[in-house]
Design a protein around this ligand. Structure first.
Ligand code: ZN
Length: 261
């Protein structure tokens, strides 16, 4: 089966609109090629955890130079906080933006990503949530050349805005066990989790307004990234919506597109 699909894969990217259905396709690649999932969300959580455990007593706004609109040098940062550990310095940089509810700039995301990817020897990863912008994609190509690794292909999970909105707005989740329901396709029992009997809730990210803003961000930022990177790395366009959603069909829909590359 799928004899014409790539055999050995160094790294791959899975991208698409938020809510398009990336996770089941990531699972296929992880399984088929023995890869690990490298999510930007996980990277951030891991560095923020290190920063919080370090428990720096000083004010982290001291690490920021208002006039230059950038952090002071890493050397100065280590002097102020009393450690040279890269993970902690990166963690504090991320924390600076997250604490203020500010948008994390690309160069910080790039630094965090590179440092984490380096720990994995730049091998055997499915990149999830990175790159998300044109600048991130350019940075990825730069380090690809310097560090001599490959990104074999991009899997673009395609789905319509309408389908995504329908899927996410009607999604409900059990606050106790985390089980996910859908009001139409897999409804809870009288509004309660079938396992725990507690009221299911709607995640605050699953409102139509928030979904629409994420969809717009895809058009503005991720689409140009895809157009650029797609001219350098082969792209497999994979359907995010399947009439019959079974593990076999998901696998087939991914692997048959990879065969065409
Ligand atoms: Zn439950």
């Amino acid at each position: 089966m799928f004899e014409n699909a790539p055999k050995d894969v160094d790294n791959a990217i899975v991208t698409g609109k938020s809510g398009a259905g990336k996770q089941p396709r990531i699972d296929v690649l992880v399984d088929e090629y023995d890869l690990e999932q490298l999510s930007t969300g996980d990277i951030f959580r891991s560095y923020l955890k290190k920063a919080n455990e370090f428990d720096h007593q000083g004010d982290i706004s001291e690490l920021w130079d208002d006039k230059k609109e950038s952090f002071v040098s890493d050397k100065e940062i280590s002097k102020k906080i009393g450690t040279e550990k890269e993970d902690i310095i990166l963690g504090l940089k991320a924390k600076y933006f997250v604490d203020r509810g500010k948008f994390v700039p690309d160069h910080i995301t790039n630094e965090l990503f590179e440092s984490y990817f380096r720990k994995k020897d730049y091998r055997n990863q499915v990149l999830d949530g990175y790159p998300r912008t044109l600048d991130q994609a350019k940075y990825l190509l730069e380090i690809m050349e310097k560090k001599d690794f490959e990104i074999d292909f991009i899997v673009w999970v395609r789905n319509t805005d309408e389908k995504i909105i329908e899927r996410t707005v009607k999604r409900r989740i059990c606050p106790d066990c985390g089980k996910v329901y859908h009001l139409k396709y897999d409804p809870p029992e009288d509004g309660k989790c079938k396992e725990c009997g507690v009221d299911v809730i709607q995640r605050s990210d699953d409102t139509e307004e928030k979904i629409r803003s994420r969809l717009q961000e895809f058009q503005e930022k991720t689409k140009p990234m895809l157009e650029f990177l797609g001219s350098k790395i082969p792209v497999a366009e994979v359907p995010g919506h399947l009439e019959e959603f079974t593990p076999e069909n998901v696998k087939k829909s991914v692997m048959s597109e990879l065969e065409k590359l």
